[in-house]
Write a protein that binds this ligand. Structure first.
Ligand SMILES: [Zn+2]
Length: 117
């Protein structure tokens, strides 16, 4: 289950940006090539985030489709899985445009409580 190592990285990033504040929501972008199972990631996140600033935070994700570009004819298209072959010219020389994302897009932190002391 590589979701646990991903969840650890996500929590570490969120905690770093939270700067001591409690995290409420963490949004991540998951590229199709990463083959992350969102439910498994949510489960791993819940466990890994315990006793951190992310404890109890909601994990939201956006799946980024795999998109490739043909080198010879510059056509781009989305696909579910390999083979990477251009539907236009049939060439196999394609480059991945998107789908490799695995990043924390944003976090929401709790509003700082007003100091009443
Ligand atoms: Zn092509």
């Amino acid at each position: 289950m590589h979701e646990f190592s991903i969840a650890s990285a996500v929590v570490a990033t969120a905690v770093r940006h939270a700067d001591g504040r409690r995290v409420v929501v963490v949004r991540v972008r998951l590229g199709a090539l990463r083959q992350v199972v969102p439910d498994a990631l949510a489960f791993a996140f819940e466990i890994v985030s315990r006793e951190t600033l992310c404890a109890g935070a909601r994990l939201e994700w956006e799946c980024v489709a795999l998109r490739v570009a043909c080198t010879p004819c510059a056509r781009t298209w989305e696909l579910e899985r390999p083979p990477f072959r251009c539907p236009g010219c049939g060439d196999g020389a394609v480059a991945v445009v998107s789908g490799e994302e695995l990043e924390v897009e944003s976090i929401e932190v709790e509003e700082e409580a007003a100091c009443t002391a």
